[in-house]
Design a protein around this ligand. Structure first.
Ligand code: ZN
Length: 410
């Protein structure tokens, strides 16, 4: 058993304001046994309490990452738009040998563990990250091992523009997902996006993925994507045509409407959790369609990645006004200089100064836990849960600054 205290705590148990003078009692597995308040710091020593200067928050859930792209740190030019980004992925993905790729990934697995990420919705295109994921799932934190366990939910992401290849691509992806499952990981196939897939591959992959209860999907990341689907024109459309690849039918629908049309049920809503990632150009029209057709949509934002590629952020005000379930992700080091949940919140704080830290934490912790179906154990600091406890230091009056950092302590 262990007792810890700090200056403040965000429990996120339905309230988003900080509480002062928290005193937590936890068992040896990090399960919360009791939450109370202490009277004065002087008395904590007699009760053998570890006091931390700073603010306690639940462990973070990174709602979108491609950890296997970690070797691409610093390799990409910024502000290229979607078309330029795709050219760089095609050029650079294999630019580092296997050892280099594994070393880069290992560093990020450690980073997440230390900074307080307790769960990750992670995209894989191959099996390279699986052994690390298995290690972190079973890891035991101790005096001899300063790292903490992290749960990774793996999405084996598929793409392919030609209809004739669809079945073979799905079965290949399924084999990769089965490999992960055989190692004790939770994994399933998932569609990449509207513009990288034939309608057929998109449909059969989404259907197969939803059998697991959840899919992840890159949605409305750029105006180029929207132009390609709505009008059949623009830089992304030109890029695909210049490479002789097929593009999706032009229906006049927004990219999100096009996706929903592929997966919609004849009656009732599409069941299962759907993680719509990016949403940089999401519109009221698209939101209305998602609410009408999807039972459980989540809307993940990756602010620093969006700025890196597009110099643009999602319409946060519109998303909040519609009460969307917003989650927060880092995306990968191909489109971000650092994978750090606090830096993502710092970016939001800078760009939306009127919003409270408590709301960003809901996005970074409890909504992500719900996305991954882990809300019974993760996402908030409540009796009976094992959310992981993270210390935020150097806040400025409950605002994140460039000096703010997070450290997992439980
Ligand atoms: Zn992504």
């Amino acid at each position: 058993m262990r007792k810890i205290a700090a200056d403040f705590i965000y429990t996120l148990d339905g309230r988003i304001e900080p509480l002062a003078k928290p005193l937590l009692t936890l068992d040896d597995d990090g399960k919360i046994l009791d939450i109370s308040q202490y009277q004065s710091k002087d008395r904590l020593q007699d009760q053998s309490v570890d006091y931390f200067r700073g603010t306690l928050v639940p462990g973070f859930v990174n709602a979108h990452c491609h950890i296997e792209l970690s070797h691409l740190k610093g390799a990409f030019r910024q502000a290229t738009g979607m078309s330029g980004f795709i050219n760089q992925i095609n050029e650079l993905r294999e630019s580092v040998d296997e050892k280099g790729r594994l070393d880069a990934m290992k560093a990020e697995f450690e980073n997440f563990s230390r900074q307080g990420v307790v769960a990750v919705s992670d995209i894989s295109n191959c099996s390279e990250s699986f052994a690390f994921k298995k290690d972190y799932l079973r890891l035991k934190h101790s005096a001899g091992n300063p790292l903490f366990p992290v749960y990774y939910r793996t999405f084996v992401e598929l793409f392919g523009t030609e209809k004739a290849d669809a079945e073979a691509i799905l079965e290949g992806g399924q084999r990769t997902a089965d490999q992960a499952t055989a190692m004790g990981l939770e994994a399933s196939v998932t569609p990449h996006s509207c513009y990288t897939m034939s309608p057929k591959l998109l449909e059969i992959t989404a259907k197969r993925g939803l059998e697991s209860g959840i899919i992840s999907y890159h949605s409305q990341e750029s105006q180029e994507e929207e132009d390609m689907i709505m009008k059949g024109s623009g830089a992304l459309s030109d890029n695909y045509h210049s490479r002789g690849l097929s593009t999706p039918p032009v229906t006049g629908a927004t990219a999100l409407e096009y996706f929903i049309d592929r997966i919609a049920e004849k009656e009732g809503k599409v069941k299962g959790r759907i993680n719509l990632v990016h949403n940089v150009v999401i519109s009221q029209r698209s939101i209305d369609r998602a609410k009408e057709a999807l039972q459980s949509p989540f809307f993940t934002i990756c602010p620093l990645s969006n700025i890196f590629i597009h110099r643009q952020l999602p319409p946060i005000d519109l998303m909040r006004k519609n009460n969307l379930k917003i989650c927060l992700g880092t995306d990968s080091l191909s489109s971000n200089l650092i994978l750090d949940m606090v830096r993502e919140m710092e970016c939001l704080q800078e760009n939306f100064p009127g919003l409270e830290l408590g709301e960003f934490l809901v996005w970074a912790c409890s909504n992500g836990a719900e996305l991954l179906g882990k809300q019974d154990s993760l996402g908030s600091i409540e009796k009976g849960k094992t959310p992981g406890i993270v210390l935020l230091e150097n806040l400025n009056g409950f605002k994140i600054t460039k000096d703010t950092k997070s450290t997992r302590i439980i």
